[in-house]
Each structure stands twice: as C-alpha cells, then as structure tokens.
Write a protein that binds this ligand. Structure first.
Ligand code: NAD
Length: 245
C-alpha cells in the first residue's frame, strides 16, 4: 500500500458513470488520479473531488492525437511518472447493420479502439522506463457475445481485447501488465437511454437479476491495478452478474 500511495493513474472519460467511479476508487486507494473529461466544466467538476487526494481533472478528447501527447508530457513533468492507464472513455452509435452509416462505424471505432491504442502506445514508454505499468481497458460483454444493432461497438470492444492480449505478450517481460474489464449492463447514462422494454429484456438475461453498478467495475479495475494482481496479464475480467460466463 505504501508503494501505491505514490502511483499515478490516468483515467479517461472520468466525468461520469463508470469512469468517475474508477477515478474515485483509485483516489480512495491512494493513487494520484488524473481524470479526463471532454469539457472544461466536466474537468473542473471531477477535479474538485480528485484534488482532495492530490489528483486533478483535465480536458481531453481521446481522438485528439496531439492532445494525448501533450497530456502525457504534462503528467510526466508534473507527476514524475505514469503507473496505471485506464482506458474507459467510450461511445455507442447503435443501429442495425443494414442502416449503419460509415460515420457510425468509424466514430465508434475511432473512440473505442483507435484512441485506446493511441493512449496505450503513449503510456508504454514511461512504463518501460519504470519497469512497471498497468494498462487496463474497459471493454464490454458485447465484444464477447455480440448484440444486434451494435456491430461497430462489438468490433471495437473485441478489438481492444485482442490488442490487449498482444500487448500483454509484448510487455510482460518489462513488468507491464495489460488487461481488460468487460462490464455487462451497468446503470449509467449510457444505458439509461435504452427503451424500458429493452432494459427489461436485458435484465431477464442476467442470472443475478439486476443491472450492475459503476462501483462493481471500479472494484475490478482497482484489483487489476493492485500489487496483488501483478501476475495477471492478457486477461479479460467479465463483471456481468453471470450474463456471460
Ligand atoms: P457514459 O456515457 O456515462 O460515459 C462515457 C465517458 O466517456 C464520458 O465521461 C464521456 O465524456 C467519455 N467520452 C466519450 N467520448 C469521448 C472522447 N472522444 N474523448 C474523451 N472522453 C470521451 O458511459 P459509461 O456507461 O460510464 O461507460 C464507460 C465505459 O464502459 C465505456 O467504454 C463503455 O463502452 C463501457 N461499458 C459500459 C457499459 C454499461 O452498461 N454502461 C457496459 C459495457 C461497457
């Protein structure tokens, strides 16, 4: 635990939902947490909470390559290292494949897959120097099971899981673990927009009988970031109430 007090964690999409829960959980556990939001107001909001634990909020669009590089430079200068990267930011643009526009496909692939690679690549160099790092990406049960109307999202999340297994093999000898946490259906703004009928149908597929909470995902991420998970790499941890086993 003393070692973890000095560790620096970057959490993308930390303004709300699962990302906010992860940022707060890591801050509670003694990490210096940099949480990103897509607006200055969002960054200020999450920053207020994180500041009490030595962290801060920053404005970042994960699709802005220059912004990602600038943020990594700033973290290394200000905080002296980066130990944990949590790729959480994500979007959906659901529609059946026959109606899916190229833009619906590429927007989801850009934010949910391309940006995860870009951030992971940027984090590797400092983590290699430290000979320590934890790269944890939030994937989805949909990447493993598929879901009608989410071909773009399923492809992106399955892509992140595959990429993580490749990075785990590449970086294992450098003390860097690379894992994913795959939520099932979690009560956040992302799922609150689903029609009531669809929510009922989804809930009926969950053996534990209810949607999960953002904190369920935050606890799994915190475990994979911890010292105790140091021999786990290339794993996708499913947190879904038994929906997918
Ligand atoms: P949410 O919509 O509440 O939050 C998404 C976050 O990502 C927001 O903070 C948003 O600002 C950020 N974001 C979106 N586009 C961004 C961009 N271009 N740059 C930077 N940040 C951006 O969703 P959530 O439910 O909290 O989802 C968080 C993660 O969990 C996502 O990767 C999502 O795919 C995944 N997930 C969620 C569920 C669920 O049931 N809620 C299930 C499986 C996976």
């Amino acid at each position: 635990m003393t070692e973890q007090k000095k560790q620096v964690a970057l959490v993308t999409g930390a303004s709300r939902g699962i990302g906010a829960a992860i940022a707060l959980e890591l801050a509670e556990r003694g990490y210096t947490v940099i949480g990103t939001a897509t607006t200055d107001a969002g960054a200020a909001r999450i920053g207020e909470t994180l500041a009490a634990k030595g962290g801060r909020g920053v404005n970042l669009n994960v699709n802005d390559a220059a912004g990602v590089d600038a943020l990594l430079d700033d973290i290394l200068k200000t905080d002296g290292g980066l130990h944990v990267l949590v790729n959480n930011a994500g979007i959906t643009r659901d529609t059946l494949a026959m109606r899916m526009k190229d833009d619906d496909w590429s927007a989801v692939i850009d934010t949910n897959l391309q940006a995860v690679f870009r951030l992971s690549r940027a984090a590797i160099r400092p983590m290699m120097k430290q000979r320590f790092g934890r790269i944890i990406s939030v994937t989805s049960v949909v990447g493993a099971m598929g879901n009608a109307g989410q071909a773009n999202y399923a492809a992106a999340k399955a892509g992140v899981a595959g990429m993580s297994r490749a990075l785990a093999r590449e970086l294992g000898s450098r003390g860097i673990t690379v894992n994913c946490v795959a939520p099932g259906f979690i009560a956040t703004d992302m799922t609150s927009v689903l029609p009531e009928e669809q929510k009922k149908a989804l809930t009926s597929q969950i053996p534990m009988g209810d949607l999960g909470k953002p904190s369920d995902i935050a606890h799994a991420v915190a475990f994979l970031a911890s010292e105790g998970a140091g021999y786990i790499t290339g794993h996708e941890l499913h947190v879904n109430g038994g929906m997918y086993m």
